[in-house]
Design a protein around this ligand. Structure first.
Ligand SMILES: Cc1cc2nc3c(=O)[nH]c(=O)nc-3n(C[C@H](O)[C@H](O)[C@H](O)COP(=O)(O)O)c2cc1C
Length: 147
């Protein structure tokens, strides 16, 4: 699970997505698929964005940025200013992206971003499978084996 963050014309957007995937290594490209029905859809065109991969304990953030009650009213989601776009304060991983291309995806648009920077911390990942949130254990992610 991830939250796409960016500054639109008049407001900051955060949108929960399950449709985050890697596309290319050279250049490094990732994509998110954004529904045309969302407020974020038109605003994201041509704008830099971050992809914030959520930790297993961040279900409240996933719900909040899906437009559902999740965060306590006194608990505002915290953004930090990145060089290209805002990112969440403590995601499991983040990718800073500059817009690369956008493709028609039916009632969604596939937004590709070129990764300018990334970071990650240790921890379990939040996933959404079979209609429910679940955790991907860090020792099953195999990150250390890949890097
Ligand atoms: C588990 C989960 C996965 C989601 N994945 C996507 C996605 O990949 N793309 C998308 O456009 N919306 C996705 N959504 C829905 C958006 O998060 C939701 O429509 C959001 O409130 C739109 O915000 P906006 O209209 O303010 O831009 C998902 C929601 C949930 C709960």
């Amino acid at each position: 699970m991830a939250v796409v963050g960016f500054d639109g014309a008049t407001k900051r957007h955060g949108i929960t997505v399950n449709s985050f995937t890697s596309v290319s290594l050279e250049p490094p490209l990732v994509l998110v698929s954004i529904a045309r029905s969302t407020r974020a859809h038109d605003e994201l065109a041509g704008r830099p964005f971050t992809v914030n991969v959520l930790g297993a304990e961040q279900v409240a953030l996933a719900l909040h940025f899906a437009g559902k009650p999740g965060l306590a009213s006194d608990e505002e989601p915290l953004w930090v200013e990145g060089p290209t776009a805002p990112r969440l304060t403590r995601p499991l991983a983040y990718f800073e992206c500059t817009p690369w291309a956008a493709y028609d995806g039916g009632d969604h648009t596939l937004y590709l971003g070129e990764v300018l920077d990334f970071g990650y911390r240790s921890g379990d990942a939040l996933a959404f499978q079979g209609g429910r949130f679940t955790a991907l254990r860090e020792d099953q992610l195999g990150v250390d084996d890949l890097l």
